[in-house]
Design a protein around this ligand. Sequence first.
Ligand code: CUA
Length: 333
Amino acid sequence: MKRRAFARGPVLSAIAAALAGCDSRWSALVPAGDQAAAIRGVWDLMIAICGTMYVLVLVGLAYALLRRRSRAREGTARDPAIVAALVGWVVLTLGLLSWLTAASFLADRRLRDGRGEVSIRVTAKQWWWDVEYLDPIIARNFRTANELHLPRDRTAHVELRSGDVIHSFWVPSLSGKHDMIPGRVNALLLTPRVNGYFRGQCAEFCGLQHAHMALDVQVEDDAAYRAWADRQRLPAVAPTDAAAQRGLVVYERAACAICHRIGGTPSGGRVGPDLTHLATRRSLAAGTLAMNRGNLAAWIVDPQHAKPGNNMPAVPLTPQDVSDLVAYLSELK
Ligand code: CUA
């Protein structure tokens, strides 16, 4: 599909924003990728067919009412043309319904049939996204969390798994939603055509913090994507200033290292998100808080405040420890 097909995006986005207070980064009606465009195509076809049928039914109703009156005056009871019209109507309805079914089936196939040039495995957990970028050379695999980076005009094959309950992967601007079911591997293709930030959201109720299970999606040029991926593959840089150096000690001494991993340190926990390049991410706690020092400190001191019920415990730390830890985590670029 050509890029030009997506040029109407900004116009529709402005209309959507004006009408519904919506943001096009959340809207399935402003496609930014081939798969979302296929779904938009089915939507347009449904609106056209159903709208036309609605108008035809109203015209038929008006005609029947008017004719009924004149017939009553004439005193005749039968009209053979009515039978032919009814048969025609049934055939038309069946034909249009078959058309919609076929269009919907073909659009659905486009969401998942094909090969990807980038391979990503997303595992949903209560309530965050574990993201692994897979490479034919296993040493080049890397892991991040709550964030996808995708190269524009290339197809990503996204493997969808769940680590606990049923979740659903949905980035409305890029594709349809697909369930993530424990013990099952599903897949979706994403072929973004527009650079920018889009938002994904878990679309299946999965517990207390289902609403706080968002995914940041960044679409960028191939070169920018490759540069990002190469940086993600590197281990974390050793802290340089004194506070951050103390922060690393706090990280390893407190409970953090049991659940989290930071590449280049001995910590290798897999229970919580990989923190190797935490400071490069857009948000904290699966889209719940903006990434900045203040939120990072608030999150560490009381994780249950922003996201009650999540699995991160409040680790007892002195204010100095928190400050040092935040200084260290903020350096994880
Ligand atoms: Cu995960 Cu809702």
